[in-house]
Design a protein around this ligand. Structure first.
Ligand SMILES: O=C(O)CCC(=O)C(=O)O
Ligand SMILES: [Fe+2]
Length: 322
């Protein structure tokens, strides 16, 4: 049995009230939006949180920053923007969500992380509205809902190497800020340590060889030359600077180049199909972050609540030092 690999920071009820009051008088950020001036949101958000979160909560965040567990949730933050309807086309007016953006970016700054966007997806914007879109219902994307999103890591077609530039690196973290989760649909997490421990050593070794080709997910558009993005001859599993095993994987996105690689991939897929992981429910005002290399995630299919009230999580990729 593996130790629980997540950290939960629960805000005490009295602190929740203080934070709610502070959030009622937000700083005037003029016309700045997260995409035009992310530094302003990071700085102001962190200042706001330092002023109103209790010392024990700030200490817990600092502790995670120095020794990050594969995932972290912050619960019992006040919900902000509860009156704003869930976007139905994947995008919303960012000037209406200043409160959520300040809390989200402020937490990223307190955790020592930098937000990152990729030019191939989400129109290059930092915040992805993970919200059902009727015209994308059956897609395997964060706008879909009618199909399961099976175990995967995000952006596995990108570069896993330690020297990868921010614009091309596999996102280290996925951070979520909850606007509403009316349907109570969790995000399931499965840590790579448990997966590798459940596989024969020879399979784990084969997954570490640079013998896999990767294609981009459905949410990606073509590269700058109009070709679909691909990455050839890379490992599925590698080791992070802190010694943890890391993984890239997406169903139907990876192929083995050799007989051994194909057999190892098949064994890996057979094993994870039977693994349950841990469900994490991100609700209004909740914050959740996990390491996209140390953890896979998935989401069951669901029926969205009525228009404007459906599940709405705000997702931002982030990079850390390692
Ligand atoms: O809807 C979710 O809980 C997760 C969706 C997802 O896979 C993602 O945002 O990358
Ligand atoms: Fe995902």
């Amino acid at each position: 049995m593996y130790p629980i690999s997540g950290t939960n920071v629960h805000l005490p009820d009295d602190a929740r009230t203080t934070v709610a009051e502070t959030l009622r008088s937000l700083p005037d950020l003029g016309a700045a939006l997260p995409d035009t001036d992310p530094g302003l949101y990071l700085e102001h958000g962190a200042k706001l949180l330092r002023n109103c979160l209790p010392a024990q909560t700030l200490d817990a965040l600092a502790e995670w920053r120095h020794r990050p567990t594969p995932w972290l949730t912050v619960t019992n933050l006040p919900g902000t923007g509860g009156e704003i309807p869930t976007p139905q086309d994947g995008f919303c007016d960012e000037s209406l969500v200043t409160g959520p953006n300040l809390v989200h970016f402020g937490l990223l700054r307190l955790l020592g992380l930098s937000p990152v966007a990729y030019r191939w997806e989400n129109e290059g914007r930092l915040i992805r509205n993970v919200a059902p879109r009727a015209d994308r219902a059956r897609t395997n994307t964060s706008w879909g809902y009618a199909q399961p999103l099976d175990w995967h890591t995000d952006d596995s077609v990108l570069d896993h190497g330690p020297g990868a530039g921010a614009a091309e690196a596999i996102p280290h973290f996925l951070s979520f800020y909850g606007m509403r989760n009316t349907e109570a649909v969790p995000t399931d997490l499965l840590d790579i340590d448990s997966v590798l421990a459940a596989l024969p050593d020879s399979t784990a070794e084969a997954l570490r060889r640079a013998e896999y080709d990767v294609t981009a997910p459905e949410s990606y558009r073509a590269d700058d030359d109009g070709r679909p993005l691909t990455r050839d001859a890379v490992p599925m599993v590698w080791t992070l600077p802190d010694g943890s095993p890391a993984l890239r994987y997406g169903p139907e996105r990876i192929t083995g180049r050799t007989e051994e690689a194909r057999a190892a991939l098949a064994a890996f897929e057979a094993r994870i199909a039977g693994m349950d992981g841990t469900p994490v429910l991100v609700e209004a005002g909740g914050f959740h972050i996990f390491d996209n290399r140390r953890v896979m995630h998935r989401r069951v299919p669901f029926t969205p609540a009525e228009a404007g009230q459906a599940r709405w999580l705000r997702r931002c990729y982030a990079l850390g030092a390692l």
